[in-house]
Write a protein that binds this ligand. Structure first.
Ligand code: NAD
Length: 400
């Protein structure tokens, strides 16, 4: 897109911002501006890998006090706690949960452990951030969602793509009716880190993780974002999966899928296709979503989150992330001025700051809670059923 296109976006968008229903939500939330909403909040982390580091940076940015971490062994807990500047490595989750100074616990462990650990955290009366997928079944996701609600605890799931400013902008445009009637959805989440049979990871092992793998890991983000932006619900799906490598370096027999292709229909009548793959050469974390309506289409690419494309029959344009021109719910997620790129960690920081705001009693716009983790589990289960049976499968109506 040209610079002229971008300039057109500024002048053309002022009225949309004024009319956006998001403006009210953003005004009510407003926690990001402070940047330190979690000041003094005692935080614990479960897990000692990639996401533990991401969560710890976000918790610190929100002003929390990082009181402890527990990983797979006491030695690893102590080592990773020291590396991440966390006060203490605990020997077990039970020991961490017995610490009254810890009010919020982040679960950053392999998927099969989420349910049991989140359940223990809720039982201990602590707020919980549980990595996706919330659980490996709808039934368990339902139970956890109910348990957190009954206990009156804040319980969130890091569907963090929601926290890119331009995702909020896209959502506001759909809500304001600027796209017209929604007709089509075209999305993909592509990675290449499992491209060869030499690549292996705990995620691959069905004995520990149960299928789905690619869809549970990254398809869940794609479906959450699709429903979040469109405000529409996936109504039914047809799907097929492929496991291209029957064995990998340390996994003799691989049952989890490398890729999933989906055809979907929404309750609102839109038609869509999604492709999820962990074996797409040259793609790292390419979450790409195109939503087409009778008037406009919108394209978001998670690897280039500083712009969205607005497609029109007469003249398409590129909208940059600029707090001066975006709707309030998007502008509040801008940490730096336009032209200084924001990315994944910024989105994560915003998600954690909003979670802590919710712990403090606020109701931030668009915060992904356990009910959203349950919704992802419902769609995931329908996709896997569709792939198993070769038939269209209805997705239950979301009760939110
Ligand atoms: N929201 C996102 O954007 C995003 C991105 C990547 C991963 N994830 C999710 O985060 C989770 C963790 O992924 P990761 O990439 O950090 O994996 P990882 O393999 O890097 O880390 C997992 C950690 O859990 C530890 N662990 C294993 N068993 C444990 C136990 N019983 N108690 C405590 N710790 C234990 C391991 O030692 C390891 O340090 C996964 O569920 C994944 O789906 C989310």
């Amino acid at each position: 897109m040209s610079t002229a296109d971008a300039a057109g976006a500024f002048s053309g968008h002022a009225s949309a911002a004024a009319g956006s229903p998001d403006a009210a939500g953003a005004a009510g939330a407003g926690p990001i501006g402070t940047g330190q909403i979690g000041t003094g909040l005692g935080v614990g982390i479960v897990g000692g890998g990639f996401m533990a580091a991401v969560h710890s940076r976000a918790a610190r940015a929100a002003g929390a006090r990082l009181r402890g971490l527990v990983s797979s062994t006491p030695e690893k807990s102590a080592r990773v706690a020291a590396e991440l500047g966390i006060e203490r490595g605990f020997a077990s989750l039970a020991e961490l949960l017995a610490d009254d100074a810890i009010e919020v616990v982040h679960v950053c462990t392999p998927n099969a452990l989420h349910a049991e650990q989140a359940d223990a955290i809720i039982r201990a009366g602590k707020h919980v951030v549980c990595e996706k997928p919330l659980a490996t079944s709808v039934a368990v996701s339902e139970r956890l969602t109910g348990a957190a609600a009954s206990a009156g605890l804040t319980a969130t799931v890091p569907f963090v793509y929601r926290f890119h400013a331009l995702v909020r902008e896209a959502r506001a445009r759909v809500r304001a009716g600027e796209l017209g009637r929604l007709l089509s959805i075209h999305g993909s989440y592509l990675q290449d880190w499992l491209l060869t049979a030499d690549d292996d990871n705990w995620r691959v092992d069905a004995a520990r993780e149960r299928p789905p793998r690619a869809f549970g890991d990254i398809g869940s983000h794609l479906v959450d974002l699709t429903e979040f932006i469109t405000g529409d619900r996936v109504a039914r799906v047809a799907a097929t999966t492929r496991t291209f490598f029957g064995s990998r370096a340390r996994t003799a027999s691989v049952d989890t899928e490398d890729a999933v292709a989906i055809v979907l229909e929404t309750r609102g009548g839109a038609l869509g296709t999604l492709l999820v793959s962990q074996v797409e050469a040259g793609r790292k974390n390419r979450l790409s979503l195109e939503i087409g309506g009778t008037v406009e289409s919108i394209v978001f690419d998670g690897e280039e989150p500083e712009t969205i494309r607005i497609g029109r029959r007469d003249a398409s344009l590129t909208v940059p992330r600029d707090p001066a021109t975006l709707v309030p719910d998007a502008a509040r997620l801008c940490r730096v001025p336009a032209g200084h790129p924001q990315g994944y960690q910024d989105a994560f920081n915003a998600f954690v700051a909003d979670t802590y705001a919710a712990v403090r009693g606020a109701d931030p716009e668009g915060l992904p809670r356990f009910a959203d983790g349950l919704r992802a589990a419902q769609v995931t289960e329908a996709v896997m059923d569709a792939a198993d049976t070769g038939a269209w499968v209805e997705v239950p109506a979301a009760d939110r």
